[in-house]
Ligand binder design. Structure first.
Ligand code: PRT
Length: 117
């Protein structure tokens, strides 16, 4: 476990998101030199398929209870989610804001307060 300050984590996500933005083919990213540009150039089906695959890898790693594999596969999943956010013009900061909004709100209480469907 690293001893980076908590704020550094969102800084890293935002920095990677900045890099991904430069790789977007819509902004001149080159699919011949960039994995991200290549994936984004293929369109949503390609990166959504990767998210599905990486999510499955996370599940398998967790079933194996292998900490190194869990961390590696979760990083792959998060990375591909960042690519997806870039495509839709969204930022990791916005996901963190949503988690912050929920902070301290019990999932059980939130569910009980939902209007009847
Ligand atoms: N964090 C990552 C990252 N994590 C994983 N990957 C790549 O994601 C790809 C898919 O991983 P898999 O293990 O599923 O490999 P695979 O089965 O061979 O992949 P596919 O052929 O199915 O696409 C691999 O090529 C990994 O190297 C990443 N590629 C890039 N980044 C970040 O994105 C930035 C921009 O990358 P480029 O666009 O390549 O310059 C980099 O500087 C990094 O910060």
């Amino acid at each position: 476990m690293t001893d980076r300050p908590a704020n550094d984590s969102i800084d890293i996500l935002e920095r990677i998101a900045d890099t991904l933005a430069t790789r977007n083919p819509a902004r001149g990213g080159d699919p011949s030199t960039s994995y991200v540009a290549k994936l984004l150039a293929k369109g949503p089906d390609a990166f959504l398929k990767k998210i599905g695959e990486e999510a499955t890898e996370v599940v398998l790693a967790a079933k194996d209870a292998d900490p190194d594999k869990i961390l590696y596969e979760t990083a792959d999943l998060w990375f591909h989610c960042l690519v997806m956010l870039e495509h839709y013009g969204l930022r990791p900061r916005q996901v963190i804001d949503e988690l912050a909004r929920r902070e301290g709100l019990s999932g059980l209480a939130e569910k009980a307060a939902r209007p009847p469907s």
